[in-house]
Design a protein around this ligand. Structure first.
Ligand code: ZN
Length: 148
């Protein structure tokens, strides 16, 4: 592989539905039909109850920054023009923190990223077949009470 070609995920039998959903601008995760627990990464059986039954539940796309790192010194040459950039573990809303995806926080200066920061998914087409979920700061929530 040329040093300037970015590595991309290779979907397999367990992960293909996740990548298909991203292509459709949806975030989905496996949820056990027996115990209701979300699981990540995708797999054939539930680690909590060993059931083989599951569904691909649609998620809101919201989440919070669980942990992150800022990459200043790039090892892979293909990413050198992106530095500094944020690699973050995002805890996805509605999954009781059972689904944490590794991604990037975008549309935000790296100095402003914080643990616990609310984020929202955005989708980036990498190839005609593959779309990556990335996250940007969620819009501020304002209640009607504060506007009156
Ligand atoms: Zn289960």
């Amino acid at each position: 592989m040329s040093p300037n070609i970015r590595p991309i995920p290779v979907p397999d039998r367990d992960t293909q539905p996740f990548w298909d959903a991203c292509k459709d601008r949806e975030l989905r995760a496996q949820r056990c039909n027996a115990c209701g627990r979300f699981r990540w990464p995708p797999r054939t059986f539930c680690p909590a109850c060993c059931s083989w039954e599951y569904e691909w539940a649609r998620l809101s796309g919201g989440g919070t920054v669980y942990s992150f790192s800022v990459v200043h010194h790039v090892v892979a040459p293909a990413f050198k023009d992106d530095a500094p950039y944020v690699v973050a573990l995002i805890a996805l809303e509605g999954t009781s923190e059972h689904v944490k995806v590794l991604s990037n926080v975008v549309d935000c200066p790296w100095e402003q990223v914080q643990v616990g920061m609310p984020v929202q998914v955005v989708f980036e087409d990498i190839t005609p077949e593959l779309t990556l979920p990335k996250f940007r700061p969620a819009p501020l929530q304002t209640s009607d009470e504060t506007l009156k």
